[in-house]
Ligand binder design. Structure first.
Ligand code: FAD
Length: 647
């Protein structure tokens, strides 16, 4: 798909007229809600889209700007974020519109003439079978658009309230964990609205309000960290150049003019260039340098010598300094004065962690924070789980942010390293080689697939990991191809995990036929009939049997060797008001690509196993097929029994 040929135009490239922002400036804020989200960045929109699917939960999302973002800011969407977008139902739209990062090239000073750069390497951007999705590049504003569309099309038709700025919030310390304990005050920012204030009471407030978060300040928290005292410029441009790799992601180090990170953008013409600018003095802020876009363009031309960059249009540009900062907690209950109570206020995204943008992690990690929190809020608000579950958000995501800060510090240092001409010929592991080798080494990290939650109530130890070595406990479910038994549809197993706050139990059969006495048959009998069955225990009466825990079976046989009516009836549940059969619970390997999911993910063929998957797509537990008690105990620690839910 090619666009922007005659200049940049924001919005949906398939629409001829730019989209108008919905005017919510004159709609009053609700007086009371379950969840109040402050900020319409990637973190806020991820959370709002999850909650928009829940008709039993009231949500309000407020943004100080007068409408949706139109351009600029982040653009890198990791493989892991694409997997999450698939759970929201819009990954296919990004695949169509975005630039796909397939290969990355590396440029360094020419050993024969250090004033010229030469290509020294070219690699695949992601390793084989890392994810079924590519790493893509798309304007953050378009990612916002997809979220806004999904929110609006959800059952609650949720829309942001624009043009309101949060002033402050106060928590009633005497309130119970599910009371409307937080009072938030907003001021209108629209024309003619000056001085108008509104108040919202909420059970939970989530500050997705960026690096200068008011929510964080109201909690009494600060970002701690340091600055590398290095200024960078970034610009989205339409340009003509003889640089041959302008449509490849490129990491370019010049001899004495600094570095460039070049990222081709959607539409076939647009390109983003990050340019290393001046070293700052110790106490100097980047704003004090008055760096202009002309200076960024001139510097880019010096780095790219002997190639030239003739900029035809600057679509967006900015300057920033590298710094890594992190807060000590992502919720208000972890503060020393509040450790006895459960959280009412959370922060997510840039409100908790900031770092340099070139590793493309800002938007991705921010969305990951919100995806982690969303299902936990749903579970607690529905009475499925105790409020204590909410504490796991800060525990899990603070550790992820700390890793990000460490990674970013290392990566930023490597990018600013001055290479010597001819350094790429070295094979002795000296620092000049680090640029390319570090990029390869950190491939899983930048793809977002290296996140691993530590063992906890939610994510268990590796006692039975040997039964499924490729479903690494604590990491995201690594999808693989399967074929749906009933209709022979080739698909990805991971795509059964939608952003609907449900748990998944993936049951990988042993080699035997699924008779009533087989391990699969006996497990299904337990799940269907036993009073100890977690499916029975945690499903509210009258709801579909898969509404809390969705069980899926994967057999080893080919689909033609299995007779559907011989499979356990539990795997063909009757659902809905008409009691229709759900035929989409059973799968077999899809062997047409020559690869079998049992081999790809190291499933023990003799014993089979159960894999518990959290609502945010992370592997929580691996268990033997007959570990009924352990399975029941796992869910009992997290989910309330159905009779107390909603009370
Ligand atoms: C100018 C800029 C340039 C960037 N450039 C890059 C880049 O080149 N590459 C890259 O990878 N990342 C970049 N980033 C970072 C990236 O955009 C963020 O990491 C990502 O957007 C974080 O998402 P978030 O939802 O946490 O916060 P944000 O995207 O910052 O969203 C916060 C939202 O909250 C709103 N808000 C703030 N305060 C209030 C308030 N009191 N009341 C109501 N609303 C409020 C803001 O208007 C904003 O819409 C840039 C960020 C900025 C701000």
């Amino acid at each position: 798909m090619q666009y922007h040929l005659n200049g940049y135009s924001p919005g949906n490239p398939t629409e001829t007229r730019p989209k108008q922002a919905t005017d919510t400036t004159n709609t009053s804020l609700p007086k009371e809600v379950d969840v109040l989200i402050v900020g319409c960045g990637p973190a806020g929109l991820t959370l709002a889209t999850q909650l928009a699917a829940c008709t039993d939960i009231t949500t309000c999302i407020v943004e100080q700007k007068s409408g949706p973002l139109e351009k600029g800011q982040a653009d890198g969407v990791s493989c892991r974020s694409m997997e999450m977008f698939n759970a929201f139902g819009f990954a296919h739209k990004l695949l169509q519109e975005a630039y796909w990062v397939n290969e990355t090239t590396f440029w360094k000073p020419d050993p024969l003439d250090a004033q010229r750069i030469v290509r020294v390497g070219q690699i695949y951007d992601t390793e084989d079978d890392l994810s079924e999705f590519p790493h893509v590049i798309l304007n953050q504003a378009r990612v916002h658009d997809f979220y806004l569309e999904a929110m609006y099309n959800a059952p609650t038709a949720l829309e942001p309230h624009y043009a309101r700025r949060l002033l402050d919030l106060v928590v009633d310390e005497a309130a119970g964990p599910l009371d409307h304990a937080v009072t938030a005050r907003f001021e209108a920012t629209g024309d003619g609205q000056e001085g108008v204030t509104e108040t919202v009471k909420a059970r939970f407030v989530v500050g997705c309000d960026g690096a200068r978060s008011r929510v964080r300040k109201s909690m009494g928290l600060e970002l701690h960290g340091d600055s590398a005292n290095q200024a960078w410029g970034v610009m989205d441009i339409l340009a003509v150049t003889d640089f041959p790799d302008v449509r490849m992601k490129g990491l370019i180090q010049s001899h004495d003019q600094g570095s460039i990170v070049l990222i081709p953008r959607e539409g076939g013409y647009l390109v983003r260039i990050y340019v290393e600018m001046d070293k700052l003095d110790k106490s100097q802020r980047v704003g004090e340098r008055n760096i202009t876009v002309e200076a960024i363009i001139a510097k880019a031309n010096r780095v790219l010598r002997p190639y030239q960059l003739d900029v035809k249009q600057v679509v967006w540009w900015s300057v920033y300094e590298i710094g890594q900062r992190l807060t000590s907690s992502f919720d208000d209950a972890a503060l020393p004065k509040h450790t006895a109570r459960h959280p009412h206020v959370f922060i997510a995204g840039d409100a908790c962690h900031t770092h340099s943008p070139k590793a493309g992690q800002g938007m991705n990690v921010s969305m990951g924070d919100a995806f982690n929190l969303g299902w936990k809020l749903v579970a607690v608000l529905r009475g499925q789980s105790q409020p204590a579950l909410l504490r796991s958000y800060s525990e899990e995501r603070q550790a992820v942010a700390q890793d990000l800060i460490n990674f970013d510090r290392e990566w930023a240092g490597i990018l600013s390293h001055r290479p010597t001409a001819g350094a790429h010929n070295k094979t002795d592991g000296t620092s000049e080689e680090t640029f390319e080798s570090y990029f390869i080494k950190s491939g899983r990290y930048t793809a977002g697939t290296a996140v691993r939650y530590a063992p906890s109530m939610l994510t268990r130890t590796k006692e039975h990991q040997h039964l499924a070595t490729g479903f690494d406990i604590g990491t995201r479910l690594h999808s693989a191809p399967v074929m749906r038994l009933a209709d022979g549809k080739p698909m990805q197993l991971g795509h059964v995990v939608q952003a609907d706050a449900r748990w998944r139990l993936l049951v990988f059969s042993d080699a035997s036929a699924p008779t009533p006495l087989s391990a699969m048959g006996r497990l299904c009998t337990f799940l269907n009939d036993s009073p100890d069955s977690p499916v029975r225990r945690h499903t509210v009466q009258g709801s579909d049997i898969d509404s809390a825990i969705d069980v899926r079976a994967i057999f080893q046989q080919s689909n033609r060797a299995l007779e559907i009516n011989d499979t356990p009836a539990f795997l063909r549940p009757c659902k809905g008001s008409l009691g229709l059969t759900d035929y989409e619970k059973m799968f077999t390997p899809d062997l047409r690509g020559g690869k079998d999911i049992f081999d790809m993910r190291g499933i023990n063929r003799r014993l089979g196993c159960m894999v518990v998957v959290r609502p945010d797509q992370y592997v929580a537990h691996v268990l033997p097929l007959d570990a009924y008690e352990q399975l029941a105990a796992y869910f009992s620690a997290i989910l309330n029994t159905a009779d107390v839910q909603g009370k």
